[in-house]
Design a binder for this molecule. Structure first.
Ligand code: GLV
Ligand code: MN
Ligand code: MN
Length: 427
């Protein structure tokens, strides 16, 4: 049986699949992602799953229930990373799902549903700026306009897909129908400090924050750094610097969370006043209303400060995902799992971090189990989880999956009777 120690050893092995020799960096549709698929597919097969890769680049595996083609309970997380990542954000959830299927595979053949594991691609959105591309394809909310997105090297998403062996014209085959699915359950590190502060191994997620990403371009005038007196300067970077402070102060005031994680300046010479500055904004809040009110307040403030400095501002929306409540019946099953694992009274937590469940919720109910991570640190190579917490997480997830499978709304094999196997055949 795959133990918590084995799961952690697999996370270590996956961390070697990187597009950068100096640190872990595994973006959507890269050679490193293909290498990771190779490893995970091997572990899926050993766990008894039949595997395939869908046309979005998600790695999928399935074991049938008491008859072929029943709706599937999906388990999973993502296999892509941010640049200079830790080794647990995403990967831990996929590998725990594989281990849980291995524990349950002999029972599944008597269940009224199938079990599937999905290793989503592009939860982070690090390469093309928009996130959840894999889970959005699975949820059937793909937008063909995304094929024209470009990475930092100018490669379009469509070209990257072809280079990865996918056929953009067949992206629709990755989509699942509500009747194909029982629900989606994901285990993930908390990426925050609440569980550690409460001395708890596990938490049950109540909801996932609503998120938005946009780019702000500030245009002034590039001129001589020495010869231009202050009253005549329209310095785009000084305006952007003020804007960054405004991003923080606005979000603090409204209770949202906003981050400027990227900024670039042109022409970028030591003796030239910056004529153009472009920065990113990542905005999250517990509710969509709070997020949207924060955005409105922020943009009003940015316009005022740009006007005061004679700067022009343009905002380009890159990504939006709604706040996502986790389904009550899946939360109940996870709570039973936490109790069975010996972690005591289940602790509820909400997630300011984004997850594939935000996209999956468009097609099925979602539930999430959080595991304590050291110092709440994530999106950093120092990400760490304790083996005892992974062991508790495996026990809790196993119990929850069993409970969900037995309390799933009664359905028979839908439509043509092939459900997830239909997606497999189309892939
Ligand atoms: C993904 O980790 C996100 O929350 O941006
Ligand atoms: Mn993640
Ligand atoms: Mn992440």
């Amino acid at each position: 049986m795959t133990t918590a120690a084995d799961v952690l050893a697999r996370c270590d092995a996956l961390a070697a699949c990187s597009d950068n020799p100096d640190h872990l960096d595994r973006a959507h549709l890269t050679p490193a992602l293909a290498a990771a698929h190779g490893l995970v597919e091997g572990w899926m097969t050993a766990a008894g799953l039949r595997t395939w890769r869908d046309q979005a680049g998600n790695l999928c595996g399935r074991v049938e229930g008491r008859e072929p083609g029943l709706p599937a309970l999906l388990l999973g997380s993502h296999l892509d990373t941010v640049p200079d990542a830790g080794r647990y954000d995403g990967m831990l959830g996929v590998l725990m799902a594989v281990a849980v299927v291995e524990r349950l595979r002999d029972e599944v053949t008597t269940w009224p549903c199938a079990l599937e594991v999905v290793g989503f691609t592009d939860e982070e959105g690090a390469r093309f700026g928009t996130a959840l591309l894999g889970s959005r394809a699975l949820a059937g909310s793909w937008d063909d306009a995304w094929w024209a997105l470009r990475d930092a090297d100018g490669t379009t998403l469509a070209q990257a897909a072809r280079d990865f062996g996918l056929d953009p014209a067949r992206i629709g085959t990755a989509a699942r129908q509500p009747d194909d699915l029982v629900g989606y359950l994901e285990a993930h590190i908390e990426q925050g400090p609440l569980l550690e502060e409460a001395d708890r191994s596990l938490g049950v997620v109540t909801s996932i924050a609503g998120a938005q990403r946009f780019r702000v371009e500030v245009v002034g005038e590039a001129r001589h750094a020495g010869g231009t007196p202050y009253p005549r300067r329209r310095d785009a970077l000084v305006g952007a610097a003020e804007a960054v402070l405004l991003v923080e102060s606005t979000a603090r005031r409204t209770g949202a969370i906003a981050t400027v994680g990227q900024i670039s300046v042109e022409p970028g010479a030591v003796n030239v006043i910056p004529g153009r500055a472009v920065f990113s904004v990542d905005l999250r809040a517990a509710t969509d209303a709070q997020r949207d009110a924060t955005r409105h307040e922020l943009l009003t403030g940015l316009e005022a400060l740009c006007a005061a400095r004679g700067l022009r501002m343009t905002v380009t929306d890159l990504y939006e995902a709604p706040a996502t409540p986790c389904a009550g019946w899946l939360r109940d099953a996870l709570r039973s799992g936490v109790v069975a694992s010996g972690d005591g009274d289940p602790m509820d937590v909400w997630s300011p971090a984004g997850h594939d469940g935000m996209a999956a919720a468009a097609v099925t109910d979602v539930g999430m189990l959080f595991l304590r991570c050291h110092d709440g640190i994530s999106h950093h190579p120092d990400e760490a989880v304790r083996e005892q917490d992974v062991a508790a997480g495996l026990d809790a997830f196993t119990t929850a999956v069993r409970e969900v499978a037995h309390h799933a709304p009664a359905r028979t094999a839908p439509g043509d009777g092939r459900s997830g196997a239909r997606a497999e055949a189309r892939a």
